[in-house]
Design a protein around this ligand. Structure first.
Ligand code: NAG
Ligand code: NAG
Ligand code: ZN
Length: 380
């Protein structure tokens, strides 16, 4: 019976698919500020949403971590976030761009229960980067839309709570990944570096962002948000999009802390566009001063009454409905959702090629995937 339904679906989608199943997109036009208005459209610009003044708006800080979440890094995350609150009393939060391989789904459940955002970073995270550059819309659906379902099932978190993606190696593929975001009913991308202090914007109209790791999208893809990754500058003014890729940095705690503060101030004392601290937890293992400096930097940020450490989704909520510091309830009526930890851990043993992989999930043996989650280009 199941097979029949599947065959039926396949025939229908094949019939409805003249050219790989997706209609031609229109070329994006120059942004028209009259037509493109919040909450669902924003021209790409350094202008503060709502036309507000920098000193009246919260400095949003985006702490993000990429790749697998597991025993190698979960303790760092607990130490960074647990027990800390923003000036409005809501817990501080980060965004985790999770890749499938080696992820412990009970840890994903735990992060989500504490109000952190879980986002997508692909099932395979495979090399070479050319794979991502060439990947079709269908390929992106398998890597990201399928990962969303997988993660929701294995970590027992709501599918709707997962809304964003970061592409492996920040490798764009023209319109394709963005078209996938729209098709899969996701909300935003956070893979696109820039030297400009841009606020998040939508792809309804032509972007003004430069294209360092192209091809970049040129089609109009209405309602899809871009959260630009504004570069940091290292001590020799060399740009870096991920902080762990900054080369010319000190290795002592005080030096590292000043390097972080200097980059923070470039946003805080300018247009207060969201300040992203984009990392892999592996950076903490490279030199113990990295983690000490990071914790000191969080403490430093927490002294400000106008600095908010929020998930990317919550940052977008503010952008879509901007309000002044004295009226933030207007943008954020409530704290971000949290839930009880209800994960019943189970470790699955699954064959991947010649080896066995152990995968901890929330559920029972019945919930274990039959095959190790992976994507093969030749899959129908
Ligand atoms: C990407 O596409 C180009 C052009 O078709 C091709 O030469 C290249 O081998 C592809 N790269 C990968 C990794 O598939
Ligand atoms: C994106 O879509 C536009 C509009 O259809 C098209 O002109 C452009 O070539 C596409 N970009 C790529 C890299 O395929
Ligand atoms: Zn990665």
């Amino acid at each position: 019976m199941k097979t029949l339904i599947l065959i039926g679906l396949f025939v229908v989608s094949a019939l409805a698919a003249p050219r790989s199943g997706y209609e031609e997109l229109e070329l994006a036009k120059k942004c028209d500020k009259e037509l493109c208005q919040l909450p669902n459209c924003r021209c790409s610009s350094a202008g503060i949403p709502g036309g507000l003044n920098a000193k009246d708006v919260p400095q949003l800080v985006l702490l993000t971590f990429d790749d697998a979440v597991n025993i190698a890094n979960i303790n760092y995350y607990e130490e960074i976030f647990d027990g800390k609150v923003n000036p409005d009393g809501c817990p501080i939060a980060g965004t985790f761009f999770v890749s499938q391989e080696y992820t412990d789904y009970s840890s994903i459940h735990s992060l989500s229960s504490k109000g952190h955002e879980i986002a997508l970073h692909s099932i395979t995270h495979q090399t070479p980067t050319g794979y991502w550059r060439n990947l079709s819309v269908e390929g992106h659906m398998k890597e990201f839309a399928d990962q969303r379902v997988l993660m929701s099932n294995l970590a027992k978190i709501p599918k709707k709570s997962i809304q964003g993606i970061r592409l492996p190696f920040l490798q764009l593929s023209g319109n394709n990944s963005f078209e996938m975001i729209k098709k899969a009913d996701l909300k935003y991308d956070a893979s696109w570096p820039t030297s400009k202090f841009l606020w998040p914007y939508t792809l309804d109209y032509k972007t003004t962002q430069e294209c360092p790791i192209g091809p970049c999208p040129t089609a109009s893809i209405p309602g899809v948000w871009v959260s630009p990754m504004t570069y940091w500058k290292d001590d020799l003014d060399v740009w870096c999009s991920m902080v762990d890729a900054c080369v010319n940095i000190p290795d002592d705690v005080d030096g590292l802390l000043s390097f972080m503060i200097r980059n923070f101030e470039s946003h805080y004392l300018d247009n207060r566009s969201p300040f992203g601290f984009y990392l892999h937890a592996a950076w903490f293992g490279r030199n113990e001063n990295h983690f000490t400096a990071y914790l000191k930097f969080i403490d430093y940020l927490q002294k400000f009454k106008d600095v908010y450490l929020v998930s990317l989704q919550r940052a977008l909520e503010w952008v879509q409905n901007p309000s002044k510091l004295d009226n933030l309830k207007n943008s954020w009526p409530n704290c971000q959702p949290r839930h009880k930890y209800t994960c019943e851990k189970h470790t699955c043993e699954i064959r991947k090629g010649e080896e066995y992989r152990y995968m901890t999930i929330c559920g029972t043996e019945d919930d274990c995937p039959e095959k190790y989650p992976w994507v093969f280009p030749e899959d129908p």
